[in-house]
Ligand binder design. Sequence first.
Ligand SMILES: *Cc1c(COP(=O)(O)O)cnc(C)c1O
Length: 220
Amino acid sequence: MNPDRYRQIQDTLVPYGARLVAVSKTRPEADIQQLYDVGHRLFGENKVQEMEGKQTNLPKDIQWHLIGHLQSNKVKYIAPFVSMIHSIDSLRLLAEVDRQAKKCNRVIPCLLQIHISGEETKFGLNQWEADELLSDPSMLTMKNIEIAGLMGMASNTDDTSKIESEFAGLKKLFDSLRMHYFIGKPAFRELSMGMSSDYLIGLKHGATLVRIGSDIFGAR
Ligand SMILES: *Cc1c(COP(=O)(O)O)cnc(C)c1O
């Protein structure tokens, strides 16, 4: 862990009012504890089991964000403690989060993951699927989830203009969905956009959360 780099990144975020999700996947608990000891509380993991293990052993005031693909049958393991889920990509998954959150007497903030890159491999909804999900009647009955915004991953490329246009498109979708579905609902507020290689572009296009791993902890 590089504390100087961590502070530089935090300073960069201040003028944007954005928050840092320190992506600690594959890192030992000692690395997380070290960042915790300089005051950081918000960590991102992409695997349910790994997050659950770390949550058990590390301080209880850590806010754990699930940023990776989530299977419905694993929601129950994280529902008691997860602070936010960035990777909702179906109504079925959302309904399961609602069901498990209800058992825990919690409301879990969720982001819809939007597929913005041209790449085949990445999960997520397209804009029509996002529309369809948000207009489904069952949305009105889910009281234990809160749609808190959108998440997207840009293409893995050096072509900055391609990343720019993917993030700009996500911001446009964010604004349009907010106008359609979330007037008077301030819970819809987060745009999770940008990682080590492209978070400056994410910030430029309105990111409120950036998910940074290797730039803080070193190469995986
Ligand atoms: C691993 C990961 C990140 C962080 O990637 P870095 O390049 O290490 O900053 C961000 N978002 C998601 C969804 C990830 O899986």
